[in-house]
Design a protein around this ligand. Structure first.
Ligand code: PRX
Length: 583
């Protein structure tokens, strides 16, 4: 090991006693059913995430406690108690019911990080519909594809975002209603013909609502995630996921009732729902939601001003904070921070060590995926941290490292990271893609698509991905989606997309493009293609670099050999090229 293990005090000596101690003992005897009694449930054994996160607290002692402290991008501030969130989400549930939305319908949310996004999402859950939050930086194509694949009937959006996707809305035949949120009257012309006004509907809606009696097996939330081939797939979760989101909020984030929690992720990605809504609120904790983007000084200032105690962020953000220098954090009082967590990409050991200097504590890496719904492998407040390791499986989870025949390997060997299926927050489907779903389960394991190894003490170490999916700043980008956008440009004949290493974002998207006859590979054309793709997708997932090549390396069956493009780009051995067809 290159970096020394970071020891931890004994739980009894810690200022706040961790929620999870006695890890080994708990792991041995643990059953998920043991946790069921910590949830509130609805009459008749119904389970609804909105009740567990909001109403249970509003009906109890936390009624007047702040649930959400919101800081807008222009410095606006709002505060909602659990009781206010209950009433507002009830209103929105009534709005949905009035529009005929029923259990199982898909309602998608394409909004900035404003309180209405959170209110709307819980309203959707209250009527038993399936909520699909979309990343607010998306361009028109990803939005259209997701709305169509899911058969979304109602979209909640904002005037700006609606304008951005206006051109594709006529191509979404299942969509019946568009509700537009004009936050604080920010927009002077919020509505287009046929749109419904959020504010208008909410004014008329009752704050009383009886939550749909969903069972733990009913669908709740879906998030699109990218795979190697084909378009992104909608991973669908069930209300049951709340059991594990609650548990990991307690064990891994170590949430205590007095905490002020901040998760920097956008709810368009799974971290922003599982840990920006469900985990903190099922634990009854107050959380800060910041609408704005990344800015080192702003982030430090928010931690200082809100006295954030538990913080959940991502390696790219941490690397950007590192880049902003050691002096900057010294200008802020960051002493409120008690526990820091990170997810989404490998957290470099250097970043953990930097955290020790700047925050006087380790940054705790943990691992999970859209499909897993909640954290599965983690570093815990009481457990020594091995910088560079993702930690150890949570109680109730058995993780293994498998060889290429999917048999378990001993510690120390690299292989497929796999999980024994059946944990509560496990996805239950890829929307209308059962073969895709089934293909993830082999020999009694869920195959994650990551490679890792485990050491003799049960700490897991990330090695890489087994597929072509690109991880840029924690966002998974499917090469196929980017290639599809590129070939819509009139000059592009073929496109191959790979990830290339980047010191901050881990990987950035690079596209290789072969032009149609009659087009010249000029700088102007490159810029035009780049603009075209950015406008269609999102800056975050569009190629950072575009390189023209004369011919695209392909297999005889016509598949683009991204592996070869990558090897050539990085000057690595080209490996087996016997299936290559190049003219
Ligand atoms: O490759 C792994 C990487 O992110 C993938 C999951 O991404 P997504 O489905 O978007 O879920 C994001 C919510 C966590 C994983 O398959 N990944 C996630 N956490 C880590 C990681 N890679 C290395 N270290 C991690 N801690």
């Amino acid at each position: 090991m290159d970096f020394a293990e970071i020891p931890k005090p004994k739980p009894a000596q810690m200022a706040v006693r961790p929620n999870l101690v006695g890890y080994e003992r708990l792991r041995r005897s643990f059953q998920w059913e043991d946790l069921y009694k910590e949830l509130d449930w609805l009459p008749g054994g119904s389970l609804n995430m909105a009740h567990e996160c909001i109403d249970r607290h509003a009906n109890g002692q936390r009624r007047d406690q702040a649930a959400l402290l919101w800081e807008g991008r222009n410095g606006e501030q709002e505060q909602y108690t659990f009781d206010q969130l209950k009433e507002e989400s009830n209103r929105f549930a009534n709005v949905l019911k009035g529009l005929g939305i029923k259990k199982g319908d898909r309602v998608f949310l394409f909004l900035e990080r404003i309180p209405e996004l959170y209110i709307a999402l819980f309203g959707v859950l209250k009527v038993g519909a399936i909520a699909g939050p979309l990343f607010s930086a998306f361009g028109p194509d990803p939005v259209r594809d997701r709305l169509n694949n899911s058969g979304t009937v109602l979209l909640v959006t904002s005037p700006d975002l609606r304008r951005r996707i206006a051109q594709v809305l006529p191509q979404t035949p299942a969509l019946k209603h568009i509700i537009v949120v004009n936050k604080s009257g920010r927009d002077s012309q919020p509505l287009v013909g046929g749109d419904l006004s959020y504010e208008g509907l909410m004014r008329q809606a009752s704050p009383q609502f009886e939550i749909e009696r969903t069972t733990m097996y009913d669908y709740s939330v879906m998030h699109y995630t990218s795979g190697t081939t084909g378009a992104p797939k909608g991973a669908v979760h069930r209300h049951q996921a709340i059991v594990q989101q609650y548990a990991t909020g307690k064990w891994v984030l170590d949430l205590h009732p007095t905490d002020l929690y901040w998760c920097t992720a956008d709810p368009g990605w799974v971290t922003g729902t599982s840990y920006g809504m469900f985990a903190p609120w099922s634990n009854g904790v107050t959380q800060l939601i910041y609408e704005g983007g990344f800015s080192p000084s702003r982030w430090y200032e928010l931690i200082q001003r809100y006295k954030v105690t538990v913080w959940y962020s991502a390696p790219t953000a941490i690397r950007m904070l590192m880049k902003a220098g050691k002096e900057l954090p010294g200008r802020y009082d960051l002493s409120s921070l008690r526990h820091i967590n990170s997810v989404g990409e490998p957290l470099n050991p250097e970043a953990v060590v930097w955290g020790m200097k700047v925050f006087k504590q380790a940054i705790h890496d943990n691992w999970w995926q859209t499909e897993t719904g909640a954290i599965l492998i983690a570093n815990y407040p009481w457990m020594p941290v091995r910088p560079g390791s993702m930690g150890r499986p949570i109680p109730g989870i058995q993780a293994g490292i498998l060889d290429d025949d999917y048999n378990e390997l001993p510690p120390g060997k690299d292989g497929h990271l796999a999980i024994r299926p059946g944990w509560p927050s496990m996805f239950h489907a890829y929307w209308q893609a059962p073969e895709r779903y089934n293909s993830r389960f082999l020999k009694g394991w869920y195959i994650t698509g990551d490679r890792a190894r485990v050491d003799a003490d049960g700490y897991f170490w990330f090695v890489g991905r087994t597929d072509d999916v690109i991880n840029t700043a924690g966002h998974l980008v499917g090469p196929f989606e980017v290639e599809s956008a590129l070939i819509e440009h009139p000059a592009v004949a073929e496109a191959g997309v790979i990830g290339i290493p980047d010191p901050i974002a881990m990987e950035v998207v690079k596209a290789f493009v072969a032009l149609k006859d009659g087009y010249q590979p000029t700088e102007e054309l490159r810029r035009d293609i780049s603009r075209f793709v950015r406008q269609k997708l999102a800056a975050a997932v569009a190629p950072r670099e575009i390189e023209f090549i004369a011919t695209m390396p392909k297999t005889r069956s016509g598949k683009i050999m991204r592996r070869l493009l990558k090897a050539r780009e990085l000057g690595l051995p080209e490996g087996d090229t016997s299936t290559l067809e190049e003219d």
